[in-house]
Design a protein around this ligand. Sequence first.
Ligand code: PMP
Ligand code: GLU
Length: 397
Amino acid sequence: MTSTKTTNNSHALTDRLRYVEASPTLALAAKAKALAKAGKSVIDFTAGEPDLPTPEPVKQAGIAAISQDRTRYTPVAGIPELRSAIAGDLNKQRQTHYSASQVLVSCGAKQALFNSFQALCQAGDEVIVLSPYWVSYPPLVRLAGATPVIVETSKRDQFLADVARIQAACSPATKAIVLNSPNNPTGAVFDEERLVAIAQLAHERNLIVISDEIYDRLVYPPARHHSIVQCSPALVDQTLIVSGVSKTYRMTGWRIGYVAGPQTWIEAMEAIQSHSTSNPSSISQYAALAALQGDQASIAQMVEMYQQRRDRLVKGLNALAGCWAQVPDGAFYVWCDVSGLKQPAAAIAAQWLEDALVATIPGEGFGAPHYIRFSFPVSLETIDEGLRRLSQWVAHH
Ligand code: PMP
Ligand code: GLU
């Protein structure tokens, strides 16, 4: 007779999952999409991805890669042409001197970050993460066995890092600091002076800087993007720059990101990647190459379009009783303080979805339970309709 004893399968899971749950941004975006598919008229401010399609020449390059049978394994770190184009692009934008061998191409910036933490952080290490943070940083640090140490930024400082606070959070165990400018979710863009001060601190304490610059091209004038390696060229030996084509070239689904840094670190990450995913998709790599080598004019047009949407959304949110929103200098999110609505953000976002079919991401996952994030690569009509529904909701609560 077979035993009727049931086993609790969750006992099989490892300790490292204690701090790791599914990404709330991806989960809520999937929920909004499922509701829309089921016929509900959802206004979707969840996923951080461009609404416009991938540019036509980039799509054609992907199709050509298939037709020309460029469908086999590539070198783990990426095809040489792409690594070289990425190094060239970084060097042009940041006045750096990366060679192709200092670039690793991964399956999205997310895998580039995963590789970075796996290669450089372990149990006993602390990693400074500024809050509000992009939802994946703390889990990525935890998955490497290290401990995230959260340093808060506030609306009073336009969500820009206070260097004294970072210094106060450092301990002998501090191994690295994560920077993300332009920031997801606040849209804050670090000024040069602040980056110089952070670079000086990183030098003094010998900290590794992991600089996620995936929104570097999405900056609204007069703001300008500065990379920490531009502000302090000597820091290049202890910095990893993470970026990718997802946001700039409207290629979120193609899954191409990259990391650039000291060659020994890049080689270590290549070894990790060789045992996890091998190369990122060959087809996507050729498409990414076309994106980097193609006409860049559409980026400026996209930024102009986003700026209009940003302004419309910020103005509308600030007109809602109990809400306050900062004008973001970069990325494509509006970070809205909802503390005036007197409930935790998760509860408000759940009601907005339930009562008004307006989907947003509550701030808890970003380390800020009184804020809600709106992703604004949606049409002006969608923004207007979302605001109309929310103002009705607020009027009745
Ligand atoms: N970093 C930040 C700050 C992001 O917002 C995202 C969005 N997904 C990523 C990294 C990951 O980008 P990718 O889609 O290229 O993995
Ligand atoms: N980065 C985007 C966001 O924050 C995409 C989802 C994700 O990867 O977290 O919404």
